[in-house]
Design a protein around this ligand. Sequence first.
Ligand code: NAI
Ligand code: SF4
Length: 419
Amino acid sequence: PSVSEGAPPVIHQKDGLRLLRRVGVVDPSSLDDYRAAGGYAALRNALRMGKAAVIREVTDSGLLGRGGAAFPTGRKWAATAAQPAGPHYLVCNADESEPGTFKDRVLLEGDPFALVESMTIAAYAIGATRGFVYLRGEYPRALRLLRNALDVCRERGFLGADIMGHQGFSFDIEIRRGAGAYICGEETAIFNSIEGFRGEPRTKPPFPVEQGLFSKPTVVNNVETLVNVPLILTEGAVAYRSLSTEASAGPKLFCLSGNVERPGVYEVPFGTSLRELLAMAGGVAEGRTLRAILLGGAAGGFVRPDELDLPLTFEDARAAKTTLGSGVVLVLDDLADLGGFLLRIAEFFRDESCGQCVPCRIGTVRQEEAIRRVLAAKSDERPLLREVGGVMRDSSICGLGQTAWNAIESAIDRLGALQ
Ligand code: NAI
Ligand code: SF4
C-alpha cells in the first residue's frame, strides 16, 4: 500500500520503562547504540543457559501472548521444540491491525534490534533456522528500520551462521509485508500469505505448534510478546514477575485513543487500574464527562464510568466480561456518537471478512444492515442481532467472525445501546 510514514505515537510511562526504555533514547539504526544500552546481553545469557533452560525461564516468567489472546508463550515454545520432525519455523506477527492498536509500531520503529535479538533467542530455544516478520504494509518507517537492523546484524555476526560465535547456531530472518488486509494478521492466514496463497485462515486444530508454516512446527509470537523475552533473560523470571500480578506477569503496553487528552502508548505494570491509566492520559476534555471505554478493541467490550477501578489484568478483564486484547483503551465522552461508532465497527468487520465461511460472510452483512435500520428508524433489532451474533460466534472458522459481535453485544447489554 502507498502510505505516508505519519507522526510516531507518543509514549508515556509509570514506574520506569522496561519495554520502552530504549525508544526515543537510542538511535534505532545503530547496533552499537543498542548494545551500549544492554542489547544482546540476553542472547549471550541464552546461549550460556542452553535451549531447555531458556524455555523453562520463559515458562516460569508467566509471559502470556500480547497479541490479544494471552496464550502462555513458554507452552507454545515447549510444544514446538518437542516436535521431532523439522524444520521448525518462527513467525513474528507484526501485522498490527486491530483498530486502536499502535504499540508494536512504537517498538518496531523505536527499538528494531530488540525484535531481532528476541527472535534470535526464540529461534535458538525452539530449534528454528528461519524466521519471518509479517509486517503490516502501512508501517513504512518500521520496514526501513527493520531492514537496516537485519542487514547490520548479518554483517556483524548476529544473524547467519555461528551467531555470536556459538558453533552450529544459524538463524536468519525474512520480512514479508501485508497488503492492507486485516485478516492477514490471523496466524494461519499469515502462513497462507507467506506461502503465496490467498490470505485466508485455516481451521484449528491442528495448532501451528504442530502444523504451521509449510505445515511444519511453528511458533507465532506478537512483537510485544517477543520483546519481553530479553527482559526475562536478563532480570530473571522471578524479578520479571515481581511488579505485576500472579496471573498477569510483567509490563504491558496500552494504546490510549479517542476522547482523551493525551493519546499515546502507555507502559504500566499489570494491575494498574483503568482509572489510574485514564488519569495518566489526562482524562476526557474539560467540561466533558466519560460515557464509556472500549477495552480490548473491536473484539473486546465496554467498561462504564462506574467500573473504572477495574485492575488491568487478563483475569480481571475476563471477570468484567471484556478482554485486554491487544491493549486498546478507546475512550468515548458524552458527545461521542455511540450508534455511529457501533455502525463503524460493523462496517469494519463486514469489510474485513475474508468471505471464506458463510456465518461470517453473511452475518457481518446482516449485522451492519440491522444497525443501519435501528439508526434510521429506531426499530428494535436486538433479537435479530443476538441471533446473528450467536451464529457467528458459534460457527465461524476464525476469530474475526467469532468476535464480530462482541463490542456490539457489550454496548447493548452494558450501555443500553441500540434501543
Ligand atoms: P486463539 O485463542 O485461537 O490462539 C491464541 C494463540 O494460542 C495462537 O497462537 C494459537 O495457535 C495458540 N493456541 C491456542 N490453543 C492452543 C493449544 N491447545 N496448543 C497450542 N497452541 C494453542 O486466538 P487468535 O485467533 O490467535 O487471536 C485472537 C486475539 O487476537 C483476539 O483476542 C484479538 O484481540 C486479537 N487480535 C489482535 C490484533 C492485533 O492487531 N494485535 C488483530 C486482531 C485480533
Ligand atoms: Fe474468513 Fe470470517 Fe470465516 Fe474468518 S470467520 S475465515 S474472516 S469468513
